[in-house]
Design a protein around this ligand. Structure first.
Ligand code: FMN
Length: 458
């Protein structure tokens, strides 16, 4: 039974959580706690707010490095799967998506971590698969250079293959728990994987019975040539940064075409562009908040970050001039290729000065930013979804917690009134919310809908 989407035309909304908000200066607002990013209570409240808004999931980005200078914004993050385990205990339905690197992890450990999160959350785990595009991270793992872009994706390919095999290494009905006979599990339904590949040699089986969803939901966020192909082969949800409707439509059509080319039903993957909503009761109020935030950006710090992304010297980026004409070609970028191109295209298309560009990036790091009333935000979401550019959105509040609360209390009801968003959760797992099938193990001889443990908690 192939994995497919059984959902309706409703939008899928993910809450992308990041310390005091996605705007880099949000921590400087009077309401913000500069240490919120390591306070579990802050995140538990955010998860409860997302669940109150019936959102599909909450999501954490991650990189195993202190990648931005600590002078600029709250730096460092709690490890996402640990944090999500705590949030799982404080919520019932909202999905829990963590980022983890295929370049700086081993499949057995990572498969176990996500299967554990899926078990303890009753089937709400998702994994955002990244190859980690920064030299800072490479230097934390015995390397002096960033592994080549292509090589990172080749390792990721095998990493996902091994992880799938491990998640499928127990049949759904392997655990018997037969006290009378004293047989806890049927050994013949627990399968060593015996994987021997270019990067990994893994005997298996996983040291955990199969989890409620079978496998966590696979998410991916790369948009380069390799990134799109990888997503088309493996992703069930794709997070992407798109600035214009045309670019988002082109990306949407492209990944679905690629999925078809890889023998997948294009409806078995969801595309969720990011949006940074700045919401006010009037448009003027929203724009005033946007301006207040931008004025709190420290340009010299932001310029250093931009220089790192563009692989140029900060002195080559005078604040009130446009970007230099002779920037490196994307082919030479071994880091985040698509983000590089998106940033350069944005600056060229709108003829932005460096100061204006860092203002736009300060708000969303290249994701679309939108300031307006709740009605206008709902219109913006409806327009892209209605134009074949999105199945839903990665909602990235500029300020947390207030930005998520306003979205849940004022935008969600409008989307519900328009029949564009659920009025109740139809199921209990992230796969239920995304309308994704539960994958079979493909080696059990009789189907069994759910594991024993999940039935007990449902
Ligand atoms: C919504 C979103 C979230 C992302 N989260 C992370 C992250 O948590 N960690 C990370 O290393 N990269 C993250 N990325 C970057 C991607 O994994 C990838 O490196 C980037 O999109 C460039 O991919 P490409 O080189 O295939 O174009 C994210 C990208 C997007 C669009």
């Amino acid at each position: 039974m192939a994995a497919g989407r059984t959902g309706s035309k409703e939008l899928h909304l993910n809450a992308f959580l990041m310390s005091t908000g996605h705007h880099e200066a949000s921590w400087r607002l009077p309401e913000s706690d500069p240490a919120a990013h390591i306070d579990v209570r802050h995140y538990v409240e955010l998860a409860r707010t997302a669940e109150r808004g019936l959102m599909d999931s909450v999501f954490f980005a991650d990189s195993p490095a202190l990648f931005s200078d600590v002078g600029r914004r709250p730096a460092g993050t709690l490890e996402p799967t640990v944090l999500l385990a705590a949030m799982a205990m404080a919520t019932e339905r909202v999905g829990l998506i963590a980022t983890a690197s295929t370049t700086y992890n081993e499949p057995y450990n990572l498969a176990r971590r996500f299967a554990s999160l899926d078990h303890l959350s009753g089937g709400r785990a998702g994994w955002n698969i990244v190859t980690t595009a920064t030299l800072d991270a490479a230097r934390n793992f015995n390397l002096t250079e960033l592994p080549a872009h292509r090589d990172r994706y080749l390792r990721a390919e095998e990493f996902v293959e091994v992880s799938r095999k491990l998640w499928d290494s127990w049949d759904d009905d392997a655990v018997l728990g037969d006290k009378a006979s004293g047989q806890w599990a049927d050994q013949s339904r627990v399968h060593p994987i015996g994987h021997d590949g270019d990067h990994f040699h893994v005997a298996g089986a996983l040291n955990l019975p199969r989890s409620p969803q079978g496998r966590p939901v696979l998410v991916q966020a790369g948009s380069s040539e390799d990134g799109r192909d990888f997503a088309a082969r493996h992703a069930e949800a794709i997070f992407t940064a798109q600035q214009t409707l045309e670019d988002a439509q082109a990306f949407y059509a492209d990944v679905r075409t690629r999925a078809r080319r890889h023998g997948r039903d294009p409806d078995s993957l969801l595309v969720l562009p990011g949006i940074v909503p700045v919401i006010g009761s009037t448009e003027a109020e929203a724009l005033a908040l946007e301006q207040q935030l931008d004025e709190l950006i420290r340009p010299e710090h932001a310029r250093n970050q931009l220089a790192r992304t563009l692989r140029v010297d900060p002195d080559d980026l005078p604040l009130d001039r446009e970007l230099p004409a002779d920037l490196p070609d994307e082919d030479t970028i071994e880091g985040a290729k698509s983000r590089y191109t998106l940033i350069v295209d944005l600056a060229r298309r709108e003829r932005l000065t460096v100061r204006q560009l860092i203002g736009r990036l300060g708000g969303g790091r290249g994701h679309r930013t939108f300031s307006g009333t709740p009605e206008q935000v709902a219109d913006a979401l409806e327009e892209w979804a209605g134009a074949g550019a999105a199945d839903g959105f990665n909602v990235m509040p500029a300020v947390l917690p207030s930005g998520l609360e306003v979205f849940v209390d004022q935008v969600v009801p409008i989307l519900q009134q328009r029949g564009l968003f659920r009025r109740e959760y139809a199921g209990t797992t992230l796969r239920d919310h995304y309308g994704l099938e539960r994958p079979d193990t493909h080696h059990d001889h009789h189907a069994h809908p759910r594991t024993i443990r999940h039935q007990e908690t449902a």
